[in-house]
Design a protein around this ligand. Structure first.
Ligand code: NDP
Length: 274
C-alpha cells in the first residue's frame, strides 16, 4: 500500500505550504484537508496549477464525526497513516473585543481539545516509522514561563498524564468564566495557554509511544514554525509560509531509522528548552 501524509487546516497559510513541500519531498500520497470543502478543493486546484498533486479530504477537527470519518477513510484506504501534521489552529486578534472567557473556551477547544481528539483517533493508525508533528508556538513556551511555579512544575514534569493535562486546560477555561484565572496562576493569554497545553501533550504522547510501541520507531514532536506571514499573524511577520513550513516538514521527513528528536519542542530545526 502506498504511504500517506495528512495535514490538518491546510487550505491556506502554513498548512498549505507544508502540503506544497510534502508534494515535492514525500514519497506517497499527500492529503490537503480543510473544514470547508470548497476552500480545500480550491487549494488543491491551485497546487495542481503548479504541477503538484495533492489529494483532498474534508476534516473539521472541531467536529468529532468529521474526525472519525477521516480516520476511518485512511484506515480503509491506506491501512494506516505515515505522516500526520496537526497544523489547524486559531487565534483571536489582539483588538478583538470578544470576552476573554469566550476567547478561552473557543481557542482551547480547537488548539488543545480538538487537536487532542485528532491524536486520540489517529495515533493508533500511525504506522511503524511514522512521524507526527504538532504545530505549536513559541508563544506556548513564553506562556509556560508566565504560569505560576506550581503550574510550570506540572507542565515540565515527566509524570504528568494526559488526563491531568486535560484537567488543567479545562481548569483554565473554567476559571476564566469566573475571572479567577490569574489567581489560579494563569497568564492572560488563551492562545498561549492552548499552545503550552499542546506542547506538553506532545511530550506526554511521545513518552507513551516509547512505552507502548518501543520498537515501532515513531517520532512525535511539537514545533514552532516561526513568525509567519499568514491571515493569523498578519503581513509584518518576517517569514513566508514556505519558510514557516521548513521545521514542520523537517520533522515529518526525519529519515528512516532516526531516533530523535522525539517528544521535543523544535524551532528552526533545533530542539528548544522547555
Ligand atoms: P491561518 O489562519 O492562515 O490558517 C489556519 C488554518 O487552520 C486554516 O486553514 C483554517 O481553516 C484551519 N482551521 C482552523 N480551525 C480549523 C478546524 N476546526 N478544523 C480544520 N481546520 C481548521 O494560520 P497559520 O497558517 O498562521 O497557522 C497554522 C498553525 O501555525 C496554527 O496552529 C498556528 O497556531 C501556528 N503558528 C502560526 C504562527 C504564525 O506566525 N503564523 C506562529 C506560531 C504558530 P479555515 O480557512 O477554514 O479557517
Amino acid at each position: 500500500m502506498s504511504k500517506v501524509a495528512v495535514v490538518t487546516g491546510s487550505n491556506k497559510g502554513i498548512g498549505l505550504a507544508v502540503v506544497r513541500a510534502l508534494c515535492q519531498q514525500f514519497e506517497g500520497d499527500v492529503f490537503l484537508t480543510a473544514r470547508d470543502q470548497g476552500r480545500g478543493q480550491e487549494a488543491v486546484t491551485s497546487l495542481a496549477s503548479q504541477g503538484l498533486d495533492a489529494k483532498f479530504h474534508q476534516l473539521d477537527i472541531d467536529d468529532p464525526s468529521s474526525v472519525t470519518a477521516a480516520a476511518a477513510f485512511f484506515k480503509e484506504t491506506y491501512g494506516g497513516v505515515d505522516v500526520l501534521i496537526n497544523n489547524a489552529g486559531i487565534a483571536f486578534k489582539g483588538a478583538d473585543t470578544t470576552p476573554f472567557s469566550v476567547q478561552a473556551q473557543v481557542t482551547l477547544k480547537t488548539n488543545f481539545f480538538s487537536t487532542r481528539n485528532m491524536l486520540t483517533h489517529f495515533l493508533p493508525l500511525i504506522r511503524r516509522g511514522g512521524r507526527v508533528v504538532n504545530v505549536s508556538s513559541f508563544v506556548g513556551s513564553r506562556t509556560l514561563n508566565q504560569c505560576s511555579p506550581a503550574l510550570q512544575q506540572r507542565f515540565r514534569s515527566d509524570d504528568i498524564t494526559e488526563e491531568e493535562l486535560g484537567g488543567l486546560m479545562q481548569q483554565f477555561v473554567d476559571q476564566t468564566q469566573k475571572g479567577e484565572h490569574k489567581r489560579g496562576g494563569w497568564p492572560e493569554t488563551a492562545y498561549g495557554v492552548s499552545k503550552t497545553g499542546l506542547t506538553t501533550l506532545s511530550m506526554i504522547l511521545a513518552r507513551r509511544l516509547s512505552e507502548e510501541r518501543p520498537t515501532d520507531g515513531i517520532l512525535l514532536n511539537a514545533c514552532c514554525p516561526g513568525w509567519v506571514r499568514t491571515d493569523m499573524a498578519g503581513p509584518k511577520a518576517p517569514k513566508s509560509p514556505d519558510e514557516g513550513a521548513v521545521t514542520p516538514v523537517y520533522l515529518a521527513m526525519l529519515p528512516p531509522g532516526a531516533t530523535e528528536p522525539h517528544g521535543k519542542f523544535v524551532s528552526d530545526k533545533r530542539v528548544q528548552e522547555w
